[in-house]
Design a protein around this ligand. Structure first.
Ligand SMILES: [Zn+2]
Length: 420
């Protein structure tokens, strides 16, 4: 009986992953294949390549170790003995919704705490490599904000789960799907307004030439942009980035201050055009559509798989005590599914590069910015294929350079060799 049950869970999991893969294929934009045949040695010196490898090789293993700790903790909560965890406080018995919120907050906060040593290690390594520029105190402050936000999110999720299981019984997954999609949409919407300001300050861009360049590109892309802002990212890191936030008339382009100071006009245009490419490709909506397609299958599967598990431990659905294994199972499944969504992310990023090339008509500018970015961030220049396929959210630097060269080999050919 137990073997049959486990087999059923395994088959269900495979089915959910097949659905997720299909959703990725359905939502991935078409991207022209790159045929430039670019080689790393043309753009980076042996010393630069060695330095990037020295930084990124251990970095990958640290990331994998953190992921394993994350899954081990979730697995322990799903399979563990609730008597030993004893989340069920007196208050939780009498007030299940409040109890669910407390359990959810405790679970999410524990995950952040368990992964904090990895975050600290990554920060120290980035600081040693002169990529991160903030102090240990700055890191601790950011980490505390992240902890508070996660606890808040976990609290909301726990309370909602109790309400749904009480209200809809076995069909709680339908309500949970609606809640998940609504939450993803809400976060996408409020992130730039409510969450980004917690981690940095945006100010209107003073430099009139950079401002003009951005607005001109937006005009060419036919994307309504209200204003251009600069984020004081240099307090934290030397990373070069930009993003487009807001909707409708309040849409704004935000540039990292590193970008305004560190890049010339062509490079700046290449970065901004990429971000406008995301707007033109409706990429935020693609992300939400992906969640809307996968969530019902994933949650329906979990609702079924959790039933015998909770019954075996005499945990009634809709109680605070049932929230811990239920939420942990949802997080673990989301973690597995996320791996499939990375393929969608890479396709979306490659497509944004392509739109950027159409907008700027300057493949050499894009190549230059990729080279500058990779040198500055000590980017993972040569990740193993399996790592790139499972975890990368962007095409690798050389893939992006290759795509730019493929689009117009002559124009890109003028580009710099390894220097600086
Ligand atoms: Zn992008």
């Amino acid at each position: 009986m137990r073997i049959r049950q486990s087999l059923g869970v395994l088959l269900g999991l495979v089915a959910v992953l097949v659905v997720a893969e299909s959703a990725v294929s359905l939502l991935s934009p078409a991207v022209d294949p790159a045929t430039g045949g670019a080689e790393l040695s043309r753009f980076f010196t042996a010393a630069q390549l060695a330095r990037a490898d020295g930084y990124r090789d251990p970095g990958r293993w640290i990331a994998i170790a953190a992921l394993m700790v994350n899954f081990a903790l979730l697995g322990a909560v799903v399979a563990g003995r609730p008597r030993r965890l004893r989340f069920e406080l007196a208050i939780a018995i009498r007030r299940p919704i409040l109890g669910g919120a407390l359990v959810g907050a405790a679970l999410f906060a524990s995950l952040v705490l368990a992964l904090t040593p990895f975050s600290l290690l990554a920060h120290q390594r980035a600081a040693n490599a002169a990529i991160a520029t903030d102090s240990l105190g700055g890191w601790a402050r950011d980490r505390s904000i992240a902890l508070a936000l996660q606890a808040l999110g976990g609290g909301i999720a726990g309370a909602i789960l109790v309400v749904l299981q009480r209200r809809f019984g076995e069909r709680w997954w339908i309500g949970a799907t609606v809640a998940t999609v609504a939450f993803a949409t809400l976060i996408t919407w409020v992130q730039p307004v409510l969450i980004t300001p917690l981690f940095g300050n945006e100010a209107r861009l003073g430099d009139p030439r950079a401002r003009q360049a951005v607005l001109e590109l937006a005009d060419r892309a036919d994307v309504a942009v209200d204003d251009v802002f600069v984020l004081d990212a240099s307090r934290r890191s030397r990373t070069l980035n930009a993003y487009v936030s807001g909707i409708g008339a309040s849409r704004r382009v935000v540039l990292y201050d590193n970008l305004v100071e560190g890049l010339d006009r062509r490079e700046l245009r290449a970065v901004v055009a990429h971000e406008l490419g995301h707007v033109k490709g409706n990429d935020l909506w693609r992300g939400i559509a992906y969640i809307a397609l996968v969530a019902p299958f994933g949650l329906a599967f979990l609702a079924r798989a959790l039933r015998p598990l909770l019954a075996g431990r005499r945990l009634a659905p809709g109680t605070a005590a049932a929230v811990a294994p239920s939420l942990a199972a949802i997080l673990a499944l989301a973690g597995c599914v996320e791996i499939t969504s990375n393929r969608l992310s890479r396709a979306v990023e490659a497509r944004a590069d392509q739109v950027a090339l159409e907008l700027t008509g300057d493949p050499a500018g894009l190549v230059r910015v990729q080279v500058a970015l990779a040198r500055r961030n000590l980017s993972d220049l040569d990740p193993p294929g399996w790592y790139q396929a499972l975890f990368a959210t962007h095409p690798s630097p050389i893939e992006r350079i290759d795509a730019a060269i493929s689009s117009d080999p002559k124009a890109a050919a003028s580009e710099a060799g390894p220097s600086g």
